[in-house]
Design a protein around this ligand. Structure first.
Ligand SMILES: [Zn+2]
Length: 359
Protein backbone atom coordinates (compact mmCIF):
# COMPACT_ATOMS: atom_id res chain seq x y z
CA UNK A 1 0.00 0.00 0.00
CA UNK A 2 2.91 2.29 0.78
CA UNK A 3 4.06 1.94 -2.78
CA UNK A 4 0.58 2.07 -4.24
CA UNK A 5 -0.38 5.44 -2.77
CA UNK A 6 2.34 7.48 -4.49
CA UNK A 7 1.50 5.70 -7.72
CA UNK A 8 -2.17 6.52 -7.33
CA UNK A 9 -1.40 10.14 -6.54
CA UNK A 10 0.90 10.29 -9.53
CA UNK A 11 -1.76 8.87 -11.78
CA UNK A 12 -4.30 11.32 -10.57
CA UNK A 13 -2.03 14.28 -11.13
CA UNK A 14 -1.38 13.28 -14.68
CA UNK A 15 -4.98 12.36 -15.31
CA UNK A 16 -6.15 15.74 -14.10
CA UNK A 17 -3.69 17.60 -16.23
CA UNK A 18 -5.45 16.00 -19.13
CA UNK A 19 -8.74 17.53 -18.11
CA UNK A 20 -7.52 20.96 -18.96
CA UNK A 21 -8.34 22.49 -22.24
CA UNK A 22 -4.57 22.84 -22.43
CA UNK A 23 -2.92 24.48 -25.31
CA UNK A 24 -5.42 27.09 -25.88
CA UNK A 25 -4.09 28.64 -28.79
CA UNK A 26 -4.03 31.61 -30.73
CA UNK A 27 -6.67 31.18 -33.03
CA UNK A 28 -5.47 33.82 -34.78
CA UNK A 29 -3.02 35.89 -33.60
CA UNK A 30 -2.63 35.67 -29.91
CA UNK A 31 -0.15 33.12 -28.81
CA UNK A 32 -0.88 31.85 -25.35
CA UNK A 33 1.34 29.95 -23.09
CA UNK A 34 0.04 26.52 -22.37
CA UNK A 35 2.34 25.85 -19.46
CA UNK A 36 1.02 28.03 -16.65
CA UNK A 37 -2.47 26.63 -16.67
CA UNK A 38 -1.13 23.10 -16.63
CA UNK A 39 1.14 24.02 -13.78
CA UNK A 40 -1.66 25.48 -11.71
CA UNK A 41 -3.81 22.45 -12.10
CA UNK A 42 -0.91 20.22 -11.21
CA UNK A 43 -0.20 22.09 -8.02
CA UNK A 44 -3.75 22.23 -6.90
CA UNK A 45 -4.15 18.52 -7.50
CA UNK A 46 -0.98 17.51 -5.75
CA UNK A 47 -2.35 18.41 -2.37
CA UNK A 48 -5.23 16.04 -2.71
CA UNK A 49 -4.47 12.73 -1.04
CA UNK A 50 -5.95 9.48 -2.15
CA UNK A 51 -7.76 9.01 1.14
CA UNK A 52 -9.63 12.25 0.41
CA UNK A 53 -11.03 10.83 -2.78
CA UNK A 54 -14.54 9.55 -2.91
CA UNK A 55 -14.83 5.78 -3.38
CA UNK A 56 -15.93 6.47 -6.92
CA UNK A 57 -12.80 8.47 -7.60
CA UNK A 58 -10.61 5.81 -6.03
CA UNK A 59 -12.12 3.20 -8.31
CA UNK A 60 -11.62 5.47 -11.23
CA UNK A 61 -7.95 5.90 -10.42
CA UNK A 62 -7.46 2.17 -9.99
CA UNK A 63 -9.23 1.20 -13.17
CA UNK A 64 -7.12 3.77 -14.97
CA UNK A 65 -4.21 1.42 -14.53
CA UNK A 66 -5.76 -1.28 -16.65
CA UNK A 67 -7.33 1.26 -18.96
CA UNK A 68 -3.94 2.20 -20.29
CA UNK A 69 -3.51 -1.22 -21.78
CA UNK A 70 -6.90 -1.15 -23.45
CA UNK A 71 -6.09 1.02 -26.40
CA UNK A 72 -2.46 0.19 -26.79
CA UNK A 73 -3.51 -1.52 -30.00
CA UNK A 74 -5.77 1.33 -30.96
CA UNK A 75 -6.02 3.15 -34.23
CA UNK A 76 -4.03 6.23 -33.34
CA UNK A 77 -2.43 7.73 -36.41
CA UNK A 78 -4.50 5.74 -38.88
CA UNK A 79 -6.94 7.22 -41.34
CA UNK A 80 -10.36 6.85 -39.78
CA UNK A 81 -13.70 6.10 -41.32
CA UNK A 82 -15.73 7.85 -38.66
CA UNK A 83 -16.21 11.58 -39.00
CA UNK A 84 -15.63 14.17 -36.33
CA UNK A 85 -18.37 14.76 -33.76
CA UNK A 86 -19.88 18.23 -33.50
CA UNK A 87 -21.28 19.77 -30.34
CA UNK A 88 -22.46 23.32 -29.95
CA UNK A 89 -23.92 25.73 -27.44
CA UNK A 90 -27.62 26.56 -27.76
CA UNK A 91 -26.90 30.06 -29.10
CA UNK A 92 -24.79 28.79 -32.00
CA UNK A 93 -26.57 28.95 -35.35
CA UNK A 94 -26.89 26.09 -37.80
CA UNK A 95 -24.96 28.08 -40.35
CA UNK A 96 -22.06 28.43 -37.91
CA UNK A 97 -22.06 24.67 -37.34
CA UNK A 98 -22.25 23.98 -41.07
CA UNK A 99 -19.43 26.39 -41.76
CA UNK A 100 -17.20 24.58 -39.27
CA UNK A 101 -18.17 21.21 -40.77
CA UNK A 102 -17.43 22.45 -44.24
CA UNK A 103 -13.86 23.48 -43.38
CA UNK A 104 -13.26 20.31 -41.41
CA UNK A 105 -14.26 18.42 -44.58
CA UNK A 106 -11.86 20.49 -46.68
CA UNK A 107 -9.01 19.75 -44.26
CA UNK A 108 -9.69 16.06 -43.78
CA UNK A 109 -10.10 15.53 -47.49
CA UNK A 110 -6.77 17.18 -48.20
CA UNK A 111 -4.72 15.69 -45.37
CA UNK A 112 -6.60 12.54 -44.39
CA UNK A 113 -9.32 11.95 -41.82
CA UNK A 114 -7.72 11.59 -38.39
CA UNK A 115 -9.19 11.38 -34.97
CA UNK A 116 -11.00 10.63 -32.80
CA UNK A 117 -11.98 14.25 -33.10
CA UNK A 118 -14.63 16.41 -31.49
CA UNK A 119 -15.54 19.97 -32.36
CA UNK A 120 -17.09 22.09 -29.63
CA UNK A 121 -18.57 25.35 -30.85
CA UNK A 122 -19.20 28.07 -28.33
CA UNK A 123 -21.27 31.20 -28.90
CA UNK A 124 -21.26 34.42 -26.94
CA UNK A 125 -23.79 33.49 -24.24
CA UNK A 126 -22.07 32.52 -20.99
CA UNK A 127 -25.14 30.66 -19.76
CA UNK A 128 -25.24 28.57 -22.92
CA UNK A 129 -21.50 27.93 -22.61
CA UNK A 130 -22.01 26.75 -19.04
CA UNK A 131 -24.64 24.28 -20.23
CA UNK A 132 -22.23 23.09 -22.89
CA UNK A 133 -19.57 22.56 -20.22
CA UNK A 134 -21.92 20.15 -18.45
CA UNK A 135 -22.54 18.28 -21.66
CA UNK A 136 -18.79 18.23 -22.29
CA UNK A 137 -18.04 16.64 -18.94
CA UNK A 138 -20.79 14.06 -19.46
CA UNK A 139 -19.20 13.10 -22.74
CA UNK A 140 -15.74 12.97 -21.13
CA UNK A 141 -17.08 10.66 -18.45
CA UNK A 142 -18.81 8.47 -21.04
CA UNK A 143 -15.64 8.09 -23.05
CA UNK A 144 -13.39 7.62 -20.05
CA UNK A 145 -15.13 6.55 -16.85
CA UNK A 146 -11.85 7.02 -14.97
CA UNK A 147 -12.05 10.80 -15.10
CA UNK A 148 -13.50 12.83 -12.27
CA UNK A 149 -16.61 14.77 -13.20
CA UNK A 150 -15.88 17.31 -10.51
CA UNK A 151 -12.44 18.08 -11.86
CA UNK A 152 -13.80 18.32 -15.35
CA UNK A 153 -16.44 20.83 -14.30
CA UNK A 154 -13.91 22.88 -12.35
CA UNK A 155 -11.30 22.95 -15.03
CA UNK A 156 -9.50 26.21 -15.58
CA UNK A 157 -10.13 27.21 -19.15
CA UNK A 158 -13.67 26.08 -19.86
CA UNK A 159 -16.26 27.05 -22.47
CA UNK A 160 -17.38 30.02 -20.40
CA UNK A 161 -13.84 31.39 -20.84
CA UNK A 162 -14.20 30.89 -24.57
CA UNK A 163 -17.54 32.71 -24.55
CA UNK A 164 -15.89 35.63 -22.74
CA UNK A 165 -12.49 35.73 -24.38
CA UNK A 166 -13.01 34.11 -27.77
CA UNK A 167 -10.20 32.29 -29.61
CA UNK A 168 -9.93 28.75 -30.85
CA UNK A 169 -8.01 25.92 -29.27
CA UNK A 170 -6.98 22.33 -29.60
CA UNK A 171 -6.74 19.94 -26.71
CA UNK A 172 -4.80 16.80 -27.59
CA UNK A 173 -5.56 13.96 -25.22
CA UNK A 174 -3.03 11.24 -25.29
CA UNK A 175 -1.15 10.18 -22.21
CA UNK A 176 -0.04 7.14 -20.31
CA UNK A 177 -2.90 7.45 -17.87
CA UNK A 178 -5.94 8.33 -19.88
CA UNK A 179 -8.17 5.73 -21.39
CA UNK A 180 -9.46 7.95 -24.17
CA UNK A 181 -7.05 9.37 -26.72
CA UNK A 182 -8.31 12.00 -29.10
CA UNK A 183 -8.61 15.60 -30.13
CA UNK A 184 -10.94 18.30 -28.95
CA UNK A 185 -11.15 21.47 -31.01
CA UNK A 186 -12.99 24.45 -29.60
CA UNK A 187 -14.20 27.23 -31.87
CA UNK A 188 -15.79 30.37 -30.51
CA UNK A 189 -17.74 33.44 -31.58
CA UNK A 190 -14.84 35.88 -31.69
CA UNK A 191 -11.13 36.16 -32.50
CA UNK A 192 -12.11 34.97 -35.03
CA UNK A 193 -15.89 34.87 -35.26
CA UNK A 194 -17.69 32.81 -37.90
CA UNK A 195 -18.37 35.90 -40.01
CA UNK A 196 -14.63 36.53 -40.42
CA UNK A 197 -12.56 35.00 -43.20
CA UNK A 198 -9.95 33.89 -40.64
CA UNK A 199 -12.46 31.53 -39.01
CA UNK A 200 -12.09 29.21 -41.99
CA UNK A 201 -8.31 29.07 -42.03
CA UNK A 202 -8.29 28.69 -38.24
CA UNK A 203 -10.35 25.49 -38.63
CA UNK A 204 -7.68 24.32 -41.09
CA UNK A 205 -4.92 25.41 -38.70
CA UNK A 206 -6.38 23.46 -35.81
CA UNK A 207 -6.96 20.46 -38.01
CA UNK A 208 -3.36 20.47 -39.17
CA UNK A 209 -2.39 20.11 -35.51
CA UNK A 210 -4.62 17.03 -35.44
CA UNK A 211 -2.65 15.72 -38.42
CA UNK A 212 0.68 16.46 -36.72
CA UNK A 213 -0.23 14.89 -33.40
CA UNK A 214 -1.93 11.88 -35.00
CA UNK A 215 1.49 11.03 -36.42
CA UNK A 216 3.07 10.83 -32.99
CA UNK A 217 2.07 7.56 -31.43
CA UNK A 218 3.83 7.71 -28.09
CA UNK A 219 1.86 8.31 -24.92
CA UNK A 220 4.91 9.73 -23.18
CA UNK A 221 4.76 13.47 -22.81
CA UNK A 222 8.50 13.95 -23.29
CA UNK A 223 8.52 11.92 -26.51
CA UNK A 224 5.48 13.67 -27.89
CA UNK A 225 6.98 17.03 -27.10
CA UNK A 226 10.31 16.20 -28.68
CA UNK A 227 8.69 14.99 -31.91
CA UNK A 228 6.59 18.11 -32.30
CA UNK A 229 9.21 20.38 -30.68
CA UNK A 230 8.51 22.20 -27.47
CA UNK A 231 8.62 25.72 -28.89
CA UNK A 232 6.08 26.88 -31.45
CA UNK A 233 8.31 27.50 -34.49
CA UNK A 234 7.85 23.97 -35.89
CA UNK A 235 4.32 22.87 -34.94
CA UNK A 236 2.69 26.29 -35.18
CA UNK A 237 4.73 27.36 -38.17
CA UNK A 238 3.56 24.21 -39.98
CA UNK A 239 -0.10 24.59 -38.98
CA UNK A 240 -0.11 28.24 -39.94
CA UNK A 241 1.54 27.80 -43.32
CA UNK A 242 -0.37 24.67 -44.31
CA UNK A 243 -3.68 26.30 -43.33
CA UNK A 244 -3.02 29.41 -45.39
CA UNK A 245 -1.71 27.36 -48.29
CA UNK A 246 -4.71 25.03 -48.38
CA UNK A 247 -7.14 27.92 -47.98
CA UNK A 248 -5.48 29.80 -50.85
CA UNK A 249 -6.10 26.82 -53.13
CA UNK A 250 -9.88 26.73 -52.59
CA UNK A 251 -12.27 27.81 -55.30
CA UNK A 252 -13.11 31.46 -55.29
CA UNK A 253 -10.25 32.59 -53.06
CA UNK A 254 -8.50 35.64 -54.48
CA UNK A 255 -5.17 34.87 -56.18
CA UNK A 256 -3.16 37.19 -53.92
CA UNK A 257 -4.40 35.62 -50.65
CA UNK A 258 -1.31 33.61 -49.71
CA UNK A 259 1.20 36.31 -50.58
CA UNK A 260 -0.80 38.97 -48.78
CA UNK A 261 -0.98 36.88 -45.61
CA UNK A 262 2.63 35.82 -45.70
CA UNK A 263 3.76 39.37 -46.31
CA UNK A 264 1.91 40.45 -43.18
CA UNK A 265 3.74 37.79 -41.18
CA UNK A 266 7.05 39.34 -42.12
CA UNK A 267 6.29 42.23 -39.78
CA UNK A 268 7.44 39.92 -37.00
CA UNK A 269 10.96 40.23 -38.37
CA UNK A 270 11.19 43.59 -36.61
CA UNK A 271 10.76 41.83 -33.29
CA UNK A 272 13.33 39.13 -33.88
CA UNK A 273 16.45 40.06 -31.94
CA UNK A 274 19.88 40.13 -33.55
CA UNK A 275 21.30 36.62 -33.60
CA UNK A 276 18.09 35.12 -32.20
CA UNK A 277 16.76 31.85 -33.65
CA UNK A 278 13.01 31.31 -34.03
CA UNK A 279 13.60 27.89 -32.52
CA UNK A 280 14.38 29.45 -29.14
CA UNK A 281 11.21 31.52 -28.81
CA UNK A 282 8.71 29.92 -26.42
CA UNK A 283 4.91 30.24 -26.32
CA UNK A 284 3.87 33.40 -24.55
CA UNK A 285 4.34 37.08 -25.12
CA UNK A 286 6.77 36.80 -28.02
CA UNK A 287 5.33 33.53 -29.33
CA UNK A 288 3.74 35.23 -32.31
CA UNK A 289 7.16 35.84 -33.83
CA UNK A 290 7.65 32.08 -33.97
CA UNK A 291 4.18 31.53 -35.45
CA UNK A 292 4.84 34.06 -38.19
CA UNK A 293 8.45 33.32 -39.03
CA UNK A 294 7.86 29.61 -38.38
CA UNK A 295 5.29 29.72 -41.18
CA UNK A 296 7.99 31.25 -43.36
CA UNK A 297 10.42 28.56 -42.28
CA UNK A 298 8.01 25.87 -43.47
CA UNK A 299 7.51 27.72 -46.76
CA UNK A 300 11.31 27.90 -47.10
CA UNK A 301 11.68 24.20 -46.30
CA UNK A 302 8.98 23.18 -48.78
CA UNK A 303 10.53 25.38 -51.43
CA UNK A 304 13.91 23.68 -50.95
CA UNK A 305 12.44 20.18 -50.82
CA UNK A 306 8.75 19.56 -51.56
CA UNK A 307 5.36 19.62 -49.93
CA UNK A 308 5.38 15.83 -50.16
CA UNK A 309 8.68 15.64 -48.26
CA UNK A 310 7.34 17.86 -45.48
CA UNK A 311 3.74 16.83 -45.11
CA UNK A 312 3.84 13.18 -46.06
CA UNK A 313 7.33 11.75 -45.70
CA UNK A 314 8.57 13.64 -42.66
CA UNK A 315 5.45 12.71 -40.68
CA UNK A 316 5.49 9.13 -41.99
CA UNK A 317 9.01 8.58 -40.60
CA UNK A 318 8.67 10.64 -37.46
CA UNK A 319 7.72 7.81 -35.09
CA UNK A 320 10.62 5.62 -36.04
CA UNK A 321 13.29 8.19 -36.71
CA UNK A 322 12.40 10.89 -34.22
CA UNK A 323 12.38 14.59 -35.12
CA UNK A 324 16.00 15.03 -36.14
CA UNK A 325 16.27 11.62 -37.79
CA UNK A 326 13.23 12.20 -39.95
CA UNK A 327 14.38 15.75 -40.68
CA UNK A 328 17.76 14.63 -42.02
CA UNK A 329 16.29 11.65 -43.84
CA UNK A 330 13.67 13.68 -45.68
CA UNK A 331 15.23 17.12 -46.09
CA UNK A 332 18.86 16.15 -46.56
CA UNK A 333 20.43 18.25 -43.79
CA UNK A 334 20.09 18.81 -40.10
CA UNK A 335 17.49 21.18 -38.66
CA UNK A 336 20.38 23.32 -37.42
CA UNK A 337 21.79 23.74 -40.92
CA UNK A 338 18.35 24.59 -42.31
CA UNK A 339 17.70 27.06 -39.52
CA UNK A 340 21.11 28.68 -40.03
CA UNK A 341 20.50 29.12 -43.72
CA UNK A 342 17.01 30.44 -43.04
CA UNK A 343 18.25 33.09 -40.62
CA UNK A 344 21.57 33.98 -42.22
CA UNK A 345 20.59 33.92 -45.86
CA UNK A 346 16.87 33.75 -46.52
CA UNK A 347 15.65 36.27 -43.96
CA UNK A 348 18.26 38.73 -45.23
CA UNK A 349 16.86 38.73 -48.77
CA UNK A 350 14.78 41.68 -49.89
CA UNK A 351 11.01 41.40 -49.87
CA UNK A 352 10.61 40.59 -53.57
CA UNK A 353 13.13 37.76 -53.35
CA UNK A 354 11.50 36.36 -50.24
CA UNK A 355 8.09 36.35 -51.91
CA UNK A 356 9.48 34.34 -54.84
CA UNK A 357 9.51 31.11 -52.85
CA UNK A 358 5.72 31.16 -52.45
CA UNK A 359 3.62 29.21 -54.94
ZN1 LIG B 1 -1.80 26.34 -33.45
Amino acid sequence: MKVLIPILIGLLVVACRGLLPTPTEPAIEKAQNETPSNGDEKNSTKVKLVKELTPEEQDAVKSGISARASDRLGNWGKIMRGKAEFYSASDVSDSNINLTKKWYEVASKAWGNYGPLEFWIVGSSKAAAEELDKKYCDIRKQKDPTISLKHCLNRGHNFVSYAKEGNAGLNTRRSENERWSGFIITMSAKFPGPEEEDYKSVVLHEYFHVYQHAHIHSRKHSERESMNQKNPWWGEGGAEYMAKLLYSKQKGIRPGYLKENMKRKLRSLENLRAGESIKDIPYGKRGMIAYDLGAWFIAFLINKTSEEAYRVKFYRDLNIEGFEGSFIKNFGSSSKDFLDEFHNTFLKLNLADKMKILP
